[in-house]
Design a protein. Structure first.
Length: 69
C-alpha cells in the first residue's frame, strides 16, 4: 500500500483569511453570550479537531460555560 502524498502547506491557496475567522469567532462569542446570559451553557466538542475552535470560542464568551467531549 502506498502512502498518500499531500502538497506542502505553503503551496495551498488560502481560502478563508485568519483575520476573518478570528473576527467571526469574536462575533459568535458576543452573540452566544447575549443569547445565553441567563441560562447554563454547555459547549459540546464532537470532532477531535474541533477542540481548538471550541477553545477559541470559549475565550470569547463573557459568560461561564462548561465544555464536554
Amino acid at each position: 500500500m502506498s502512502e498518500t502524498e499531500f502538497p506542502p502547506f505553503d503551496t495551498l491557496p488560502v481560502l478563508i483569511d485568519a483575520d476573518l475567522i478570528r473576527k467571526r469567532v469574536e462575533e459568535l462569542g458576543r452573540k452566544i453570550s447575549e443569547d445565553y446570559k441567563n441560562q447554563p451553557l454547555i459547549l459540546l466538542v464532537v470532532l477531535k479537531g474541533s477542540f481548538l475552535f471550541c477553545a477559541d470560542l470559549a475565550r470569547q464568551l463573557s459568560i461561564p460555560c462548561r465544555i464536554e467531549f
